[in-house]
Design a protein around this ligand. Structure first.
Ligand code: AHR
Length: 500
C-alpha cells in the first residue's frame, strides 16, 4: 500500500506552543511519593527529589506541570502542605481513598519545578472550597509581602513570591465522582466569581475554567456552553480531558483515537465560539487539554488492595504501556499540534507511576515506558511553525469512527534554523505503507534523523528488568531524491523525521 504527503512551509497553522508538552503531577498513588519525591532514595537530592526522575523528566521535554490534582484537589487544603514538615497534618484523601501525609506541598512543588525546568500550573479547590480560599492561596503564593499570608510564606523561608501565572479553576466539577460536584450553572458562577476576585489582585493571570471530563459525558456541550456563558470574559481557557483504550478489543478504533480528539477539540472550539458570537465578543477562548493519555481500567494491574485501607501512596492505576499505546500517544500529540491555533496547554496525565511515561520502584530504578518515546521526540523536534499537510492515504474502517485515513501526519518548520520535522503514524493493524513525501516546496535536502516506534509484538512493553525492550529504532528505509522523500511506515507504527 502507498500514500503520499505534500509539505509546504506556506501551510501554516500557528507557532509551536511549548505548553503543548505539559504533564501532570497529582497527589495520587505513587506519582508524588516514591515517584518524584522519595527522600530515602539513593538518588534523592537535598530536597528529597529523585534525581533519576528529574533527569527523565528533562529528557521527556516537559514544559509545564499541572498540580496538585485531579480529583485530589477537590478536597485539598493547600495550607496543609506549607510550613514546617513535622507540623503538617495527615488527612483522608477521599478521591483516591488514601492517607495524604502532606510532606510534599506548594513550596516543594515550586522547587521541584525549578529543578525540572518546568512552569507550574496550579489547580485550586473549587469542590469543597470557594473564592476566599482561592484568594488566600494566591496571596500566599504570589503577593510579595506585608500581608498576613505573604509574610507567612516569608516566615516559611520563601522570600520571593512564586509568581504562578497559570491557574485551573477546579477540576472535573461536571463529574458526579468529584467531591463537591456541581451543575454547570453552579460551577460557572463560582468560576466567574473566583476569576473576578483573583484578577482584582493580578489582572494578567491565565485562568482555566473546567470543561467536560470527557466527550462522552451526558452533559458534554451543554456544560461548556453554560459555564462559558457565566465566565467567558473572565477566563482564558476551557479544559478538556480524554483517556483512550481498547478494552473492548476494538484495536482498529483505538488506533484511530486521535480522530476522537480532533472532533473533541473542534466541538469545544465551536461551542466556545458560539458563546463568543452570542456575546458579540472578539475574544477567543483557548483549550487547555490538561489531562490526556491512554488509560486502561482493566489493565491497571498494579492497583493495591480493595481500596478501603486508607494507605499512604498505594499503587494506583500503574498501567504498563505497550507498542500500540505508544503509537496512539504519538498520534494524539499529532492531533494536539494540528490544533495549535486553539490548544493553549496540554498535559499528558500523569508524569510518574500513575498512568505515566516514567515508572519507578520505591528504593529501586526509574525507567521509560513506551509512551515516553514519542512524547520526548516530538517535544525535542517540534519547532517554529506547525504546518498543515496534504495527505493522500488509504482509508481504514473503524467501528467507532467509520472510515478514517490509515496515515496521520503533521509537520513543523523553523524558518530560522531550516529544521523541518514530520510526525507520522501508520494506523493499520496489518501491512506497511510506502510513503512518498513531496518536499519540493521546502528548502530541505537531507535527513538528520529518522526514527520509528514499532515491533513485531505490538503488545511488548518495558519493565524494571527490561527497561529498553521497546525503544525508537532508526528507520533505515528513508531515501531522499530531488524534492522527494520516500520511506516505509511499518504496521502500527509512529515515526519522526528531522530534515534539514
Ligand atoms: O488522572 C487521573 C484522574 O483522571 C484525575 O484525577 C481526574 O481529574 C481524572 O478523572
Amino acid at each position: 500500500t502507498s500514500a503520499s504527503l505534500t509539505i509546504d512551509p506556506a501551510f501554516r497553522i500557528a507557532p509551536v506552543n511549548r505548553r503543548t508538552f505539559g504533564s501532570f503531577v497529582e497527589h495520587m498513588g505513587r506519582c508524588v511519593y516514591t515517584g518524584i519525591y522519595e527522600p530515602e532514595h539513593a538518588t534523592a537530592d537535598e530536597d528529597g527529589f529523585r534525581k533519576d526522575v528529574l533527569e527523565l523528566c528533562r529528557e521527556l521535554g516537559v514544559s509545564v506541570v499541572r498540580y496538585p490534582g485531579g480529583n485530589f484537589v477537590s478536597g485539598y487544603r493547600w495550607e496543609d502542605g506549607v510550613g514546617p514538615r513535622e507540623q503538617r497534618p495527615r488527612r483522608l484523601d477521599l478521591a483516591w481513598h488514601s492517607v495524604e501525609t502532606n510532606q510534599f506541598g506548594l513550596s516543594e512543588f515550586d522547587r521541584w519545578c525549578t529543578k525540572a525546568g518546568v512552569e507550574p500550573m496550579m489547580a485550586i479547590n473549587l469542590g469543597t472550597r470557594g473564592v476566599q480560599e482561592a484568594l488566600d492561596l494566591q496571596e500566599y503564593a504570589n503577593h510579595p509581602g506585608g500581608t498576613a499570608l505573604s509574610d507567612l510564606r516569608v516566615e516559611h523561608g520563601v522570600s520571593e513570591p512564586y509568581g504562578i501565572k497559570l491557574w485551573c479553576l477546579g477540576n472535573e466539577l461536571d463529574g458526579p465522582w468529584q467531591v463537591g460536584h456541581k451543575t454547570a450553572t453552579e460551577y460557572g458562577r463560582l468560576a466567574a466569581e473566583t476569576a473576578r476576585a483573583m484578577r482584582m489582585v493580578e489582572p494578567d493571570l491565565e485562568l482555566v475554567a473546567c470543561g467536560s471530563s470527557s466527550r462522552s459525558m451526558p452533559t458534554f456541550g451543554t456544560w461548556e456552553r453554560e459555564v462559558l456563558r457565566e465566565c467567558y470574559d473572565l477566563v482564558d481557557y476551557i479544559s478538556a480531558h480524554a483517556y483512550y483504550n481498547d478494552e473492548e478489543g476494538d484495536t482498529a478504533s483505538f488506533l484511530a483515537s486521535a480522530v476522537d480528539m480532533d472532533r473533541f477539540i473542534d466541538s469545544v472550539v465551536a461551542t466556545a465560539d458560539g458563546i463568543g458570537a452570542e456575546l458579540k465578543s472578539d475574544k477567543k477562548i483557548g483549550i487547555s487539554f490538561d489531562e490526556w493519555n491512554v488509560w486502561y481500567g482493566k489493565r491497571s494491574m498494579r492497583t493495591d488492595g480493595p481500596g478501603d485501607q486508607w494507605e499512604v501512596a498505594p499503587r494506583r492505576i500503574e498501567d504498563e504501556y505497550n507498542v500500540t499505546d505508544a503509537v496512539v500517544v504519538g498520534n494524539l500529540l499529532i492531533s494536539l499540534l494540528r490544533h495549535s491555533d486553539r490548544v493553549a496547554v496540554a498535559c499528558l496525565a500523569q508524569l510518574a507511576n500513575v498512568i505515566a511515561p516514567i515508572m519507578t520502584e520505591p528504593g529501586g530504578p526509574a525507567w521509560r515506558q513506551t509512551i515516553f518515546h514519542p512524547f520526548a521526540i516530538t517535544s525535542r523536534l517540534a519547532t517554529g511553525q506547525v504546518l498543515r499537510v496534504e495527505l493522500d492515504a488509504p482509508s481504514i474502517n473503524t467501528a467507532k469512527f467509520g472510515d478514517v485515513p490509515g496515515v496521520d501526519a503533521v509537520a513543523t518548520y523553523d524558518k530560522q534554523s531550516g529544521d523541518l520535522a514530520v510526525f507520522l503514524v501508520n494506523r493499520q493493524l496489518e501491512g506497511s505503507i510506502e510513503l512518498a513525501i513531496d518536499t519540493s516546496r521546502t528548502p530541505v535536502t537531507g535527513v538528520r534523523e529518522a526514527v520509528t516506534v514499532s515491533d513485531d509484538d505490538r503488545n511488548a512493553f518495558n519493565t524494571a528488568d527490561q527497561p529498553d525492550r521497546v525503544t525508537p529504532k532508526p528507520n533505515t528505509s528513508v531515501s531522499v531524491d530531488d524534492g522527494k522523500l520516500t520511506l516505509t511506515l511499518p504496521a502500527t507504527s509512529w515515526t519522526a523525521l528531522h530534515l534539514t
